[in-house]
Design a protein. Structure first.
Length: 365
């Protein structure tokens, strides 16, 4: 059966077309510059999607207790709309430009340079690795030298995202359902040179050739892996069907689900994190049984664990030798604390004192 693609038919099903396929139809091609010109937005969005592989996604990276608020509202907010609501995964330094603050922000991939320094408890003064080298000087000369990651981490403000969570969305579905609110950057938004382009107006400035490069091609990796996908003002994912919420490990996935009760979105939460996380930074280990909670921080610089809340008077500390200070309203402990569970409100915070004093909520009963 031959279907005549009239303008009326296209308009009637405007929100249902696969515009990538539609634009390849000979009936459409010959009229793109005439009667179908008014669909420039849809066709530009189709062109943008075609820059990517079939199953390409966008990713938003945040701390687990920020993720709870995001999930409950079903919205990822721009910095301007979220001001004061969330713990910041960035360091203590002032951001170079505020352009990004108007958008909910995503990467097109995981394992970016930013994530390398932000993931979990970040880098401390003992973080680094031995780098091997070899050169010819009449004979092969082999050697190795210690490379510390701390100077660069400190330059970035010692960023942290203690319990990292990735929100993963299908790029094609996002573009299809909110075409006029989608933008992208041509590089890291904290550089001076990266431009912001609107998908529906200019779909062609994204560099996908090097977008997925790795650290073996460091200059291209640094420059292009952090191109960002941007949604103006806020990103409402109650409109979407295809997404995942990926936790660092099964314990953190269980903790996140426990905070959400019987919310059906828990079916979207998993710890299928292969190729998602770098897994090279200092980490938090949180283990919970029916009767006790154990929290261990691997961070080796100035920091502590703070227990607060009404439940303080109802718990027993199982390793009291780690208590540094105790008052009626707070228990401060070294890098490891174990305590009995309570049904009363209780919070544990990781507090970093290396640059100023910053704290992150890491457990809540």
């Amino acid at each position: 059966m031959n279907i005549i693609l009239t303008e009326a038919l296209i308009e009637k099903h405007k929100n249902k077309w696969d515009w990538s396929l539609l634009r390849k139809n000979p009936q459409v091609i010959e009229r793109l510059e005439t009667s179908l010109k008014k669909y420039t937005t849809e066709f530009n969005c189709a062109d943008f999607v075609e820059n990517f592989n079939e199953n390409s996604c966008i990713y938003h990276f945040t701390h687990l207790f920020n993720a709870i608020d995001i999930i409950q509202s079903r919205k990822i907010l721009s910095r301007n709309k979220a001001e004061g609501k969330f713990a910041n995964a960035a360091g203590s330094l002032v951001e170079r430009r505020s352009t990004a603050h108007d958008f909910a922000r995503f990467y097109f991939r995981t394992q970016t340079p930013t994530q390398f320094y932000n993931e979990c408890l970040g880098m401390d003064s003992e973080s680094g690795e031995f780098k091997t080298w070899r050169y010819w000087d009449g004979d092969w000369i082999n050697g190795s030298a210690w490379k510390s990651y701390y100077p660069q981490a400190k330059n970035l403000g010692l960023p942290k995202c203690p319990m990292p969570v990735f929100f993963k969305f299908d790029l094609k579905e996002v573009i299809r359902k909110m075409p006029t609110r989608c933008y992208y950057s041509t590089g890291n938004m904290q550089t001076n040179w990266a431009k912001v382009e609107k998908v529906s107006e200019n779909p062609h400035s994204i560099n996908t050739e090097y977008l997925y490069s790795d650290a073996s091609d460091y200059e291209n990796y640094k420059q292009y892996s952090q191109q960002e996908f941007l949604v103006e003002d806020e990103f409402d994912f109650s409109l979407l069907d295809s997404f995942e919420i990926i936790c660092y490990d099964e314990n953190q996935a269980s903790l996140l689900k426990s905070q959400l009760g019987d919310d059906q979105i828990c079916e979207k939460i998993n710890s299928n994190s292969r190729n998602i996380f770098h897994r090279r930074n200092r980490n938090l280990h949180i283990d919970e049984t029916e009767v006790e909670v154990s929290i261990l921080s691997e961070y080796r610089d100035s920091s502590y664990l703070s227990i607060q809340g009404e439940g303080l008077k109802y718990i027993q500390i199982l390793n009291p030798e780690n208590i540094k200070k105790e008052t009626e309203v707070e228990i401060i402990a070294d890098s490891e604390i174990r305590f009995t569970k309570t049904s009363k409100p209780l919070e544990v915070h990781f507090v970093d004192k290396e640059i100023g004093t910053r704290d992150w909520l890491i457990y809540r009963s």
